[in-house]
Each structure stands twice: as structure tokens, then as C-alpha cells.
Design a protein around this ligand. Structure first.
Ligand code: DAH
Length: 341
């Protein structure tokens, strides 16, 4: 009924041709698996005369132990073989994918270093801000229609009689008066780079975005300084051949105010039939000479000092530089996009 010698011989035979652990596993299943040889033999115990069953059971057990031993020996032999393999230490090592800075982080660092080179210090004023700093001191009192342009997110927090409500800052201009009050006596040269928030959502607007605020206050500061600084920035960031221009505009906290355009890098400023700019120019920033009321709010005498300010988005700069035309792709964390940087 049970020819253990024959079975062992068979097993030894098949083990002799096994060269890898996978095949060894298949043999183990064949012998020791649920429907394997050993279990089949155990099932047959019913057919054995009662008196012989004890002896039969013992034999199966011995056979099982022997099979296990043979399998284990083969396993050891195979794993030893593996480690005996020739190790070529001159082969190049395994490489792992390297991370890189997010394109926005990279752009911010780049912009900050361009301004740091000409003596501007980098600051980060609060993203969760009082209405007072975001609007009041910037010449936009309560109920001023200009506030509608900012469509602000309000925070569900107690308001203050003087400071008003708590908001997510809609622009980095809210850092202007904070910096004036911190420094007290000019000269002031700051760049305030933080996240801003406005409830807009389309291909050129994300509810969270970055802004970059420049502020320069000293004696006899004038528009030529503003123009020279932005021109320097445009050439450093976009390239030597870029030009800028100022266009009259209106902002509540600067007088006079401008929008600043940079010549388009795609058409070289020609404009004709350019799908990116259509006019040869791309809008870069809002800017102007700091309004005397704003200087006063910061504790600075407008009769002694003057200054300029500008504000714009690093995301927009990056888009203009690279041709990315959908701002949301910068913020949705898609690795297929990020890997390209
Ligand atoms: N804060 C303005 C905005 O978010 C941009 C701006 C305009 C900033 C003029 C300035 C400025 O500093 O002088 O739309």
C-alpha cells in the first residue's frame, strides 16, 4: 500500500534537476500541499485494516519527515549557490529616482535671489490677516468698491473693532505697512513672498496662488528707480533681450499707478499673429508710487520720504517663461508634470 522507498527515490530524482527556488516550491506543493502525496496517503487510511493503521500512520509520518529534510537540503543548496555567484563590483550601482524642487519653489527662490542681489530683504508677512492691513491702511476703507475686486475669503473668527475681520490675505500688499512699522525709519527694501487667496477658479486663476511684493522707500525715490528695478528683474529672469513698459492704471494704494508689461518671449515683441500675447507685450505686475496716506499709516512722513511698490505672481512669471498656459497644473501635484522639471 505504501512504497516509501519508491516515493523517496522519485523525489530525489526530481530534486536533482531543480535549479531554482520556484521549481522547488512546486515540488513541495506536490508532496506536502493540501492535495499532495502525503495527504492523499493519509486519506487512504480508511482502506487499511484497523490493526495495521497504527503502523501505516507511523510510516507516513516518517516519510513526511524525510521529504521535508530532502526539500530543506535542496533549499539550502540553492540559496548557497546564489550567494556563491560572482559579484562584479565594477558594475554601476542601483540608482533611485531623485526628487527636485517644485517649479514654483524654484521660481520663488530665483526671484528672491535676483532681488537679494540688489539689497532687498526677503520677508513673509501673514497669510491669515486682519482686514486692517489688507485694506484699511492701503486706502481702501470699509464699503470702498475697490474691495469688491478682491472677493476675499473671510475666516470664521472674532472680529476686532479697529482691525476688522480676519481674512485670508488677497494680496501681498498687506505686508507694506507691516514692514514700514517694523523698520520705522527708511531706507526700506523688502520683498514679501507668501501665498494669497481669492475665490477664483479658471485656467489663469487658482484660489490659492503666490504673490511677490516689492517695496522700496527712501529719500528722493522716484519712478525711474521703479522702472530701472523692474527692467533689471525682467532681464535677469526672462533674458537680456526683454524690455518692459509702464502703462497708466489705477490702484488705491499707489499714486500714480501703473501696470507693467514685459515684451513677449514667444514672438520677440512683434505681436502680429502671436497666439500668446497678441500685442507683443505680456502683463507682469501692478505697481506705483506709494500713496502718501499709506506712508502715513506706516508712520513715515511723506514730506521726507517717497517710495515705490509692485506686486505680481511668481506663478505667472513661470508661465510666461515656460509657456505653461494652465495655472492649475502647477498646483495639482501631478507627478507626470512635475517630473519634467
Ligand atoms: N496688490 C495688487 C493686486 O493684487 C497688485 C499691486 C498693485 C501691488 C500695485 C502693488 C502695487 O504693490 O503698487 O492686484
Amino acid at each position: 500500500m505504501l512504497d516509501d522507498k519508491k516515493l523517496t527515490k522519485e523525489l530525489i530524482n526530481s530534486l536533482s534537476s531543480v535549479t531554482n527556488l520556484k521549481d522547488l516550491e512546486l515540488i513541495e506543493i506536490k508532496y506536502l500541499g493540501r492535495n499532495g502525496v502525503i495527504n492523499d496517503l493519509l486519506k487512504k487510511i480508511k482502506e487499511i485494516p484497523v490493526g495495521d493503521r497504527k503502523e501505516y500512520g507511523k510510516k507516513i509520518n516518517q516519510l513526511k519527515q524525510e521529504i521535508k529534510r530532502l526539500l530543506e537540503t535542496k533549499r539550502l543548496e540553492l540559496s548557497k549557490k546564489k550567494s556563491d555567484k560572482f559579484f562584479d563590483s565594477t558594475l554601476p550601482g542601483k540608482t533611485y529616482p531623485k526628487g527636485s524642487l517644485h517649479p514654483i519653489t524654484y521660481t520663488i527662490e530665483k526671484i528672491a535671489s535676483i532681488f537679494q542681489k540688489i539689497g532687498f530683504i526677503r520677508v513673509s508677512y501673514p497669510e491669515v490677516e486682519w482686514e486692517y492691513f489688507a485694506f484699511e491702511v492701503l486706502n481702501m476703507p470699509k464699503d470702498h468698491p475697490a474691495r469688491d475686486d478682491f472677493e476675499t475669503f473671510f475666516i470664521d473668527a472674532p472680529s476686532d473693532k479697529k482691525m476688522g475681520k480676519v481674512v485670508l490675505t488677497p494680496h501681498t500688499s498687506s505686508g507694506q505697512v507691516r514692514e514700514m512699522r517694523r523698520v520705522k525709519t527708511p531706507p526700506i527694501r523688502m520683498v514679501n513672498i507668501v501665498k494669497c487667496y481669492r475665490p477664483n477658479w479658471d485656467i489663469t486663476h487658482n484660489p490659492m496662488f503666490y504673490q511677490f511684493e516689492g517695496l522700496c522707500i527712501d529719500r528722493s525715490i522716484n519712478i525711474a528707480h521703479l522702472k530701472g528695478t523692474i527692467d533689471y528683474f525682467a532681464k535677469e529672469f526672462f533674458g537680456e533681450d526683454r524690455k518692459i513698459r509702464l502703462r497708466p492704471f489705477h490702484f488705491q494704494f499707489t499714486e500714480p499707478s501703473f501696470e507693467i508689461d514685459v515684451s513677449c518671449g514667444v514672438c520677440g515683441g512683434k505681436g502680429v499673429d502671436c497666439h500668446v500675447c497678441k500685442s507683443g507685450w505680456l502683463e507682469l505686475a501692478g505697481a506705483g508710487m506709494v500713496h502718501p496716506e499709506v506712508l502715513r499709516a506706516g508712520g513715515i512722513d511723506p514730506n521726507k520720504y517717497s517710495g515705490w511698490a509692485f506686486g505680481f505672481g511668481p506663478d505667472r512669471c513661470l508661465m510666461m517663461k515656460t509657456g505653461i498656459d494652465n495655472i492649475r497644473i502647477l498646483y495639482n501635484g501631478d507627478v507626470r508634470f512635475l517630473e519634467q522639471f
